[in-house]
Design a protein around this ligand. Structure first.
Ligand SMILES: NC(=O)c1ccc[n+]([C@@H]2O[C@H](COP(=O)([O-])OP(=O)(O)OC[C@H]3O[C@@H](n4cnc5c(N)ncnc54)[C@H](OP(=O)(O)O)[C@@H]3O)[C@@H](O)[C@H]2O)c1
Length: 342
């Protein structure tokens, strides 16, 4: 490749700037992906505005979600071939390596944080998954979180119920599907217009988070259930803690943001760090052993649905601004237009 480009974050408070990036050679456990579509997450515009990760040097290449084509493979990688169509969770904001960021033409992806995608799934649709999937997987499956059974293509019912607060968010849609694939009954919250989407993903009941008696309503629905914990994806966190404090079973809320100090006292909690699965067995359980086949069989869907708002690396800044204004049951995606047959 002659010259590759990235959308650089030179410093906080500046818009992205398109400029050359170094060509990368995969380490032993990495694949090099030619990106065809990139999705946007809240942390991207947060890191554009504020240096919330003290270890992350600017200029940085931000972004977590890529879908594209494998163009080079590290020496120890056996699950991928050149030309494979893949999705990947990019970890540059954790490793402090621009080559690991998503917002560029080519991204180095850890082979345990990537999966092949079926021919029926476009790059644009595949790009909605990685960070939402990884975040939900940390919360549901890590031993320091809910420690649920792993997902499988033929789940064994557990007769246990979990609560996903904010089911129409990106993390929520993935959490619902992963928990169902692990054999759990899932109750969730969202705006009424997203109910059909979430029932389609396998939730057994959807409660309107804006209703005045939401805590009572969800608590009543959980009464008599063997409770396996909650994943708070988004919304009012105190409500999640209040509901869980009344449950029989595992009183634990796994949270995407720092838990509030004035939460209910009889509930355990832990704050997810969405790339932590790269260093434990959960990445294997989800990215390596599950998601490729689950997507191919139709058991797992790319959700929330993609909304392509712009094209090319130049389109990333607009996409950040659209995500920052807020979304409802959609994922903002940039189509890089590199695609063949997309
Ligand atoms: N700790 C980590 O490692 C990590 C990783 C990923 C994400 N996060 C954080 O997790 C959160 C979710 O991220 P995401 O990408 O999944 O978000 P997202 O897709 O942007 O979330 C959109 C959803 O938020 C819901 N929502 C918006 N305002 C709400 C309110 N006032 N009450 C209840 N729901 C509301 C909407 O639901 P309705 O339209 O149905 O009302 C909408 O569908 C963010 O705060 C993000 O920063 C943390």
């Amino acid at each position: 490749v002659a010259q590759t480009f990235a959308a650089w974050q030179r410093d906080t408070g500046l818009p992205l700037e398109i400029a050359p990036a170094a060509a990368s050679i995969p380490d032993a456990n990495e694949i090099l992906v030619r990106n065809h579509a990139i999705a946007i997450n809240p942390v991207d515009w947060i890191l554009q505005d504020v240096a919330i990760f003290p270890w992350l040097d600017y200029p940085a290449i931000l972004g977590s979600d890529v879908a594209g084509e494998v163009v080079a493979i590290g020496a120890d990688v056996d699950g991928f071939r050149i030309g494979d169509r893949v999705l990947g969770q990019a970890v540059g904001a954790t490793t402090n390596r621009p080559a690991h960021g998503a917002f560029q033409d080519f991204t180095l992806v850890l082979s345990n944080m990537a999966a092949r995608i079926p021919a029926s799934l476009s790059y644009v649709d595949a790009a909605v998954l990685p960070l939402g999937l990884g975040t939900a997987a940390c919360g549901l499956f890590q031993k320091d979180h809910l420690a649920l059974n792993y997902p499988s293509l033929s789940p064994e019912p557990t007769d246990k119920t979990i609560l996903v607060w904010g089911g129409s968010s990106s993390v929520g849609c993935n959490a619902i599907q992963l928990a169902v694939a692990a054999g759990y009954n899932v109750i969730t919250t969202a705006s009424p217009h997203n109910e059909e989407l979430l029932i389609g993903l396998g939730a057994s009941a959807v409660f309107d988070h804006s209703s005045e008696n939401i805590v009572d309503g969800v608590s009543q629905a959980l009464r008599g259930n063997d409770f396996a914990g909650a994943l708070h994806a988004t919304g009012n966190m105190l409500h999640s803690f209040d509901v869980v404090s009344r449950c029989i079973g595992r009183r634990f809320v796994s949270t995407t943001l720092e838990p509030p100090a004035n939460r209910a006292g009889n509930v355990e909690t832990n704050h997810i760090f969405a790339t932590s699965l790269k260093d434990n067995e959960v990445s294997r359980a989800v990215y390596v052993d599950f998601i490729a086949e689950a997507l191919a069989s139709g058991q797992f869907r790319a959700a929330p649905p993609a909304n392509v708002v712009s094209t090319g690396l130049e389109g990333l800044q607009i996409a950040l601004e659209v995500q920052k204004r807020g979304v409802s049951g959609t994922k903002i995606v940039v189509d890089l237009g590199n695609s063949h047959g997309d």
